[in-house]
Design a protein around this ligand. Structure first.
Ligand code: B12
Length: 214
Protein backbone atom coordinates (compact mmCIF):
# COMPACT_ATOMS: atom_id res chain seq x y z
CA UNK A 1 0.00 0.00 0.00
CA UNK A 2 2.74 2.44 1.06
CA UNK A 3 4.94 1.33 -1.81
CA UNK A 4 2.05 1.97 -4.13
CA UNK A 5 1.75 5.58 -2.92
CA UNK A 6 5.53 6.08 -3.24
CA UNK A 7 5.59 4.67 -6.78
CA UNK A 8 2.63 6.84 -7.72
CA UNK A 9 4.34 9.92 -6.27
CA UNK A 10 7.52 9.17 -8.20
CA UNK A 11 5.48 8.74 -11.37
CA UNK A 12 3.72 12.07 -10.74
CA UNK A 13 7.13 13.82 -10.45
CA UNK A 14 8.53 12.15 -13.57
CA UNK A 15 5.42 13.09 -15.55
CA UNK A 16 5.22 16.58 -14.04
CA UNK A 17 1.63 16.19 -12.84
CA UNK A 18 2.05 19.19 -10.64
CA UNK A 19 -1.42 19.29 -9.03
CA UNK A 20 -1.21 15.68 -7.85
CA UNK A 21 2.07 15.99 -5.94
CA UNK A 22 0.90 17.70 -2.75
CA UNK A 23 -2.16 15.48 -2.11
CA UNK A 24 -0.10 12.34 -2.74
CA UNK A 25 2.72 13.49 -0.46
CA UNK A 26 0.10 14.25 2.22
CA UNK A 27 -1.39 10.80 1.68
CA UNK A 28 2.03 9.19 2.15
CA UNK A 29 2.61 11.12 5.39
CA UNK A 30 -0.88 10.25 6.64
CA UNK A 31 -0.13 6.57 5.93
CA UNK A 32 2.83 6.91 8.27
CA UNK A 33 5.63 6.80 5.70
CA UNK A 34 8.85 8.32 7.07
CA UNK A 35 9.48 11.69 5.35
CA UNK A 36 13.06 10.57 4.61
CA UNK A 37 11.73 7.52 2.77
CA UNK A 38 9.45 9.77 0.72
CA UNK A 39 12.37 12.08 -0.13
CA UNK A 40 15.04 9.51 -0.88
CA UNK A 41 13.10 6.45 -2.08
CA UNK A 42 10.50 8.24 -4.13
CA UNK A 43 11.20 11.90 -4.97
CA UNK A 44 14.99 11.79 -5.45
CA UNK A 45 14.78 8.56 -7.44
CA UNK A 46 12.14 10.19 -9.64
CA UNK A 47 14.51 13.08 -10.37
CA UNK A 48 17.15 10.49 -11.23
CA UNK A 49 14.92 9.03 -13.92
CA UNK A 50 14.09 12.54 -15.14
CA UNK A 51 17.84 13.08 -15.50
CA UNK A 52 18.17 9.86 -17.48
CA UNK A 53 15.32 10.86 -19.77
CA UNK A 54 17.05 14.21 -20.34
CA UNK A 55 20.33 12.49 -21.14
CA UNK A 56 18.68 10.16 -23.63
CA UNK A 57 16.80 13.09 -25.18
CA UNK A 58 13.37 11.73 -24.30
CA UNK A 59 12.94 14.86 -22.17
CA UNK A 60 13.97 18.46 -22.82
CA UNK A 61 14.36 21.36 -20.40
CA UNK A 62 10.65 22.27 -20.10
CA UNK A 63 9.82 18.73 -18.91
CA UNK A 64 12.77 18.76 -16.49
CA UNK A 65 11.65 22.11 -15.10
CA UNK A 66 8.09 20.87 -14.66
CA UNK A 67 9.36 17.77 -12.85
CA UNK A 68 11.46 19.99 -10.56
CA UNK A 69 8.44 22.19 -9.81
CA UNK A 70 6.39 19.08 -9.09
CA UNK A 71 9.08 17.78 -6.73
CA UNK A 72 9.06 21.13 -4.90
CA UNK A 73 5.27 20.82 -4.39
CA UNK A 74 5.84 17.52 -2.60
CA UNK A 75 8.89 18.79 -0.70
CA UNK A 76 6.83 21.71 0.61
CA UNK A 77 4.73 19.29 2.64
CA UNK A 78 7.36 16.65 3.39
CA UNK A 79 10.43 18.67 4.45
CA UNK A 80 8.75 20.38 7.45
CA UNK A 81 7.77 16.92 8.78
CA UNK A 82 11.25 15.47 8.54
CA UNK A 83 12.77 14.27 11.78
CA UNK A 84 16.53 14.02 11.88
CA UNK A 85 17.78 11.20 14.11
CA UNK A 86 21.33 12.49 14.28
CA UNK A 87 21.47 15.66 16.33
CA UNK A 88 24.73 17.52 15.88
CA UNK A 89 26.86 17.09 19.00
CA UNK A 90 28.52 20.47 18.58
CA UNK A 91 26.43 23.58 17.83
CA UNK A 92 27.65 25.59 14.89
CA UNK A 93 27.01 28.12 12.14
CA UNK A 94 26.97 26.92 8.56
CA UNK A 95 26.89 29.08 5.43
CA UNK A 96 25.21 27.14 2.62
CA UNK A 97 25.14 28.07 -1.07
CA UNK A 98 24.94 26.76 -4.61
CA UNK A 99 27.94 28.27 -6.37
CA UNK A 100 27.81 30.94 -9.05
CA UNK A 101 26.71 29.68 -12.46
CA UNK A 102 24.53 26.91 -11.09
CA UNK A 103 20.78 27.14 -10.39
CA UNK A 104 20.19 23.53 -9.26
CA UNK A 105 18.96 23.94 -5.70
CA UNK A 106 16.66 21.00 -4.87
CA UNK A 107 19.43 18.94 -3.25
CA UNK A 108 20.83 21.98 -1.43
CA UNK A 109 17.40 22.62 0.08
CA UNK A 110 17.18 19.02 1.30
CA UNK A 111 20.64 19.41 2.87
CA UNK A 112 19.45 22.64 4.50
CA UNK A 113 16.42 20.89 6.00
CA UNK A 114 18.57 18.06 7.38
CA UNK A 115 21.21 20.37 8.88
CA UNK A 116 18.53 22.59 10.39
CA UNK A 117 16.82 19.50 11.81
CA UNK A 118 20.14 18.47 13.35
CA UNK A 119 20.10 21.69 15.35
CA UNK A 120 22.65 23.74 13.41
CA UNK A 121 22.26 27.40 12.43
CA UNK A 122 22.11 27.66 8.65
CA UNK A 123 22.66 30.80 6.59
CA UNK A 124 21.16 29.80 3.27
CA UNK A 125 22.41 32.07 0.49
CA UNK A 126 20.41 30.38 -2.25
CA UNK A 127 21.70 29.46 -5.68
CA UNK A 128 24.01 31.02 -8.27
CA UNK A 129 25.88 32.89 -5.51
CA UNK A 130 29.10 34.81 -6.34
CA UNK A 131 32.28 33.78 -4.49
CA UNK A 132 32.70 37.22 -2.90
CA UNK A 133 29.21 37.15 -1.38
CA UNK A 134 29.85 33.68 0.04
CA UNK A 135 33.17 34.70 1.63
CA UNK A 136 31.70 37.97 2.97
CA UNK A 137 28.85 36.06 4.59
CA UNK A 138 31.24 33.58 6.21
CA UNK A 139 33.18 36.48 7.71
CA UNK A 140 30.11 38.47 8.77
CA UNK A 141 28.57 35.51 10.59
CA UNK A 142 31.88 34.03 11.84
CA UNK A 143 30.68 30.74 10.36
CA UNK A 144 32.52 27.57 11.35
CA UNK A 145 31.51 25.67 8.23
CA UNK A 146 31.02 26.63 4.59
CA UNK A 147 28.95 24.13 2.61
CA UNK A 148 28.64 24.60 -1.14
CA UNK A 149 27.18 22.53 -3.92
CA UNK A 150 27.14 22.16 -7.66
CA UNK A 151 25.56 19.67 -10.04
CA UNK A 152 27.47 20.95 -13.04
CA UNK A 153 31.00 20.20 -14.19
CA UNK A 154 31.86 23.74 -15.47
CA UNK A 155 31.11 25.28 -12.06
CA UNK A 156 33.55 22.98 -10.24
CA UNK A 157 36.08 25.72 -11.03
CA UNK A 158 34.15 28.06 -8.73
CA UNK A 159 34.69 25.66 -5.82
CA UNK A 160 38.41 25.70 -6.54
CA UNK A 161 38.26 29.50 -6.54
CA UNK A 162 36.53 29.52 -3.13
CA UNK A 163 39.35 27.42 -1.64
CA UNK A 164 41.93 29.75 -3.22
CA UNK A 165 40.30 32.87 -1.76
CA UNK A 166 39.94 31.27 1.68
CA UNK A 167 43.66 30.43 1.62
CA UNK A 168 44.65 33.91 0.41
CA UNK A 169 42.61 35.51 3.18
CA UNK A 170 44.03 33.14 5.83
CA UNK A 171 40.57 31.86 6.63
CA UNK A 172 41.28 28.14 6.24
CA UNK A 173 42.03 27.69 9.94
CA UNK A 174 38.76 29.41 10.91
CA UNK A 175 36.32 27.90 8.41
CA UNK A 176 35.97 24.25 7.49
CA UNK A 177 34.65 23.55 4.02
CA UNK A 178 32.42 20.80 2.70
CA UNK A 179 31.19 20.31 -0.84
CA UNK A 180 28.50 18.15 -2.40
CA UNK A 181 26.25 17.74 -5.42
CA UNK A 182 26.33 15.43 -8.42
CA UNK A 183 29.38 16.94 -10.12
CA UNK A 184 31.61 16.63 -7.05
CA UNK A 185 33.61 13.70 -5.71
CA UNK A 186 35.70 13.00 -2.64
CA UNK A 187 38.78 13.00 -4.88
CA UNK A 188 37.93 16.45 -6.24
CA UNK A 189 37.37 17.77 -2.71
CA UNK A 190 40.82 16.48 -1.66
CA UNK A 191 42.43 17.84 -4.79
CA UNK A 192 41.23 21.43 -4.24
CA UNK A 193 42.01 21.39 -0.50
CA UNK A 194 38.44 21.19 0.69
CA UNK A 195 38.04 19.71 4.19
CA UNK A 196 35.21 17.31 3.41
CA UNK A 197 32.73 15.89 0.93
CA UNK A 198 29.40 14.18 1.42
CA UNK A 199 27.41 12.02 -0.94
CA UNK A 200 23.95 13.01 0.22
CA UNK A 201 22.01 15.02 2.78
CA UNK A 202 22.07 12.25 5.41
CA UNK A 203 25.85 11.93 5.18
CA UNK A 204 26.15 15.74 5.17
CA UNK A 205 24.80 15.89 8.75
CA UNK A 206 27.38 13.37 10.01
CA UNK A 207 30.26 14.99 8.14
CA UNK A 208 29.42 18.55 9.22
CA UNK A 209 29.09 17.34 12.81
CA UNK A 210 32.53 15.76 12.57
CA UNK A 211 33.97 18.99 11.11
CA UNK A 212 32.52 21.01 14.00
CA UNK A 213 33.99 18.59 16.53
CA UNK A 214 37.52 19.02 15.13
C1 B12 B 1 16.13 19.23 -12.07
C2 B12 B 1 17.27 19.56 -13.00
C3 B12 B 1 17.29 20.85 -13.56
C4 B12 B 1 16.30 21.96 -13.15
C5 B12 B 1 16.77 22.53 -11.80
C6 B12 B 1 15.63 23.04 -10.93
C7 B12 B 1 16.09 23.41 -9.55
N1 B12 B 1 15.45 24.41 -8.98
O1 B12 B 1 17.01 22.83 -8.98
C8 B12 B 1 16.44 22.96 -14.35
C9 B12 B 1 15.41 22.63 -15.41
C10 B12 B 1 16.34 24.44 -13.98
C11 B12 B 1 17.83 22.57 -14.88
C12 B12 B 1 18.59 23.41 -15.65
C13 B12 B 1 19.81 23.04 -16.22
N2 B12 B 1 20.41 21.83 -16.15
CO1 B12 B 1 19.81 20.40 -14.99
N3 B12 B 1 19.27 18.84 -14.11
C14 B12 B 1 18.27 18.58 -13.32
C15 B12 B 1 18.30 17.08 -12.93
C16 B12 B 1 17.34 16.33 -13.85
C17 B12 B 1 17.93 16.71 -11.50
C18 B12 B 1 18.71 17.43 -10.38
C19 B12 B 1 18.01 17.22 -9.05
O2 B12 B 1 17.31 18.10 -8.56
N4 B12 B 1 18.13 16.01 -8.46
C20 B12 B 1 17.45 15.65 -7.19
C21 B12 B 1 18.28 16.11 -5.96
C22 B12 B 1 17.58 15.68 -4.68
O3 B12 B 1 19.54 15.50 -6.01
P1 B12 B 1 20.92 16.30 -5.91
O4 B12 B 1 20.75 17.69 -6.35
O5 B12 B 1 21.96 15.50 -6.51
O6 B12 B 1 21.18 16.41 -4.32
C23 B12 B 1 21.64 15.37 -3.49
C24 B12 B 1 23.17 15.21 -3.44
O7 B12 B 1 23.81 15.64 -4.62
C25 B12 B 1 23.60 15.95 -2.22
N5 B12 B 1 23.82 17.39 -2.24
C26 B12 B 1 23.20 18.35 -2.96
N6 B12 B 1 23.61 19.58 -2.62
C27 B12 B 1 24.52 19.41 -1.65
C28 B12 B 1 25.25 20.33 -0.91
C29 B12 B 1 26.15 19.89 0.06
C30 B12 B 1 26.93 20.88 0.83
C31 B12 B 1 26.31 18.50 0.29
C32 B12 B 1 27.28 18.03 1.28
C33 B12 B 1 25.57 17.57 -0.45
C34 B12 B 1 24.67 18.02 -1.39
O8 B12 B 1 22.52 15.71 -1.34
C35 B12 B 1 21.28 15.82 -2.07
C36 B12 B 1 20.18 15.02 -1.41
O9 B12 B 1 20.61 13.83 -0.88
C37 B12 B 1 19.81 16.74 -13.21
C38 B12 B 1 20.12 15.28 -13.53
C39 B12 B 1 20.83 14.56 -12.42
N7 B12 B 1 21.06 13.30 -12.67
O10 B12 B 1 21.22 15.13 -11.41
C40 B12 B 1 20.13 17.69 -14.38
C41 B12 B 1 21.58 18.17 -14.59
C42 B12 B 1 22.22 18.49 -13.25
N8 B12 B 1 21.39 19.40 -15.36
C43 B12 B 1 22.31 19.59 -16.26
C44 B12 B 1 22.38 20.70 -17.15
C45 B12 B 1 23.44 20.64 -18.22
C46 B12 B 1 21.49 21.79 -17.03
C47 B12 B 1 21.49 23.07 -17.89
C48 B12 B 1 22.87 23.68 -18.18
C49 B12 B 1 20.73 22.77 -19.17
C50 B12 B 1 20.71 23.89 -20.21
N9 B12 B 1 21.19 23.54 -21.37
O11 B12 B 1 20.29 24.98 -19.94
C51 B12 B 1 20.64 24.01 -16.98
C52 B12 B 1 21.52 24.71 -15.94
C53 B12 B 1 21.38 26.15 -15.84
C54 B12 B 1 22.32 26.66 -14.77
N10 B12 B 1 23.08 27.67 -15.09
O12 B12 B 1 22.38 26.15 -13.67
C55 B12 B 1 23.32 18.44 -16.27
C56 B12 B 1 24.68 18.83 -15.69
C57 B12 B 1 25.79 18.17 -16.46
C58 B12 B 1 27.14 18.51 -15.91
N11 B12 B 1 27.77 17.55 -15.28
O13 B12 B 1 27.63 19.59 -16.05
C59 B12 B 1 22.53 17.30 -15.53
C60 B12 B 1 23.42 16.31 -14.77
C61 B12 B 1 21.68 16.57 -16.60
C62 B12 B 1 22.53 15.84 -17.63
N12 B12 B 1 22.76 14.56 -17.45
O14 B12 B 1 22.98 16.43 -18.58
N13 B12 B 1 18.19 21.31 -14.48
Amino acid sequence: MNNEILDKLADVVVKGKIKEAKPLAEQALAAGVDPKVIIFDSLSKAMGSVGQKYETKQYFLPQVLLAAQTMYQALDVVLPKMKVDTKAKTPGKVVLAVVEGDVHDIGKNIVKAMLTGAGLTIFDMGRDVPVKNIIDKCKAESAEVLATSTLMTPTLAVMKEIEKVLKEENLKSKIKTIIGGGATTKEFADQIGCDAWAYDAVEAVQVVDALLAE
